[in-house]
Ligand binder design. Structure first.
Ligand code: RET
Length: 251
């Protein structure tokens, strides 16, 4: 079974990840009860729910495979991570975009860059020629840098115009996002996917810590800011319903 290469630390890390994401989902549902803008709750709950399933699939040895390299080496690849990330990293960006109240084109650009980054990262991970792995890593990291530029410059400008403490909540979450997200390509590079300075067990544990911080830590900071979130007004179907109700009472 490919998960044998994980060792005890790696195995434990995958189960801690599963439990942590499941617990995060429950915490978000609980924190979300009194949030009026349910957009944030729906998006954030799915982030940890999907990650919990992905961790479970890795812990059970489902979303793992062995890659035979052209030079004869074998690598243990947890492709389940990429399924998780391609769904959940756009959702994390949707949370930030909702906070900053960005226009649709900016949102689609962010999501496009993000999906491009994860998919080219998966190509890097599945390439069986060492040199090609680093080429794709470079392509993926390039997309990450552009994405972070968007967060810092374009979303920042918009977030500052938001009412109440929304701007400062955005700044906190954006800083966390930038620092944590930059650690992923570095861990890939030093881990077994890249140079192999760090073994599979330690790498798996480090990804787990990063994932919990980027999802559960991020989500708790967001959803515990109930008063800050409640000042945001969205133009959604829900608002129109409220408007319709008011018109009816005015008659
Ligand atoms: C890869 C490898 C190739 C280069 C780059 C990567 C970036 C991954 C990122 C992942 C973020 C994941 C998060 C998960 C939350 O639980 C694919 C590792 C740039 C940024 C935030």
């Amino acid at each position: 079974m490919p998960t044998e290469a994980l060792g005890q630390i790696g195995h434990i890390a995958l189960w801690v990840g599963t439990a942590g994401m499941a617990l995060g989902t429950a915490i978000f549902l609980w924190l979300g009860r009194e949030i009026e803008n349910k957009e944030f709750v729906v998006v954030t709950v799915f982030i940890t729910l999907v990650a919990a399933a992905s961790y479970l699939s890795m812990a059970l040895g489902f979303s793992v495979t062995e890659l035979i390299m052209q030079n004869g080496e074998t690598k243990t690849i947890f492709w389940g991570r990429y399924v998780d990330w391609v769904i959940t990293t756009p959702l994390l960006l949707v949370d930030l975009a909702l906070l900053a109240n960005v226009d649709r084109n900016t949102l689609f650009t962010l999501i496009g860059l993000d999906v491009f980054m994860i998919v080219t990262g998966l190509v890097a991970t599945l390439s069986n020629v060492t040199g090609h792995r680093y080429i794709w890593w470079g392509v993926s990291t390039g997309a990450l840098v552009v994405l972070l530029y968007f967060l810092f410059v374009i979303l920042d400008e918009r977030a500052e115009k938001q009412p109440g403490d929304v701007g400062s909540l955005f700044a906190t979450l954006r800083n966390i996002t930038v620092v944590l997200w930059l650690a992923y390509p570095i861990l890939w590079l030093v881990g077994t996917e890249g140079l192999g300075v760090v073994g599979l067990g330690v790498e798996t544990a480090a990804f787990m810590v990063l994932d919990l911080a980027a999802k559960v830590g991020f989500g708790i900071l967001l959803l515990k800011s109930r008063e800050t979130l409640n000042v945001i007004e969205f133009y959604s179907g829900r608002d129109e319903e409220v408007g319709g109700g008011e018109a009816a009472t005015a008659d």
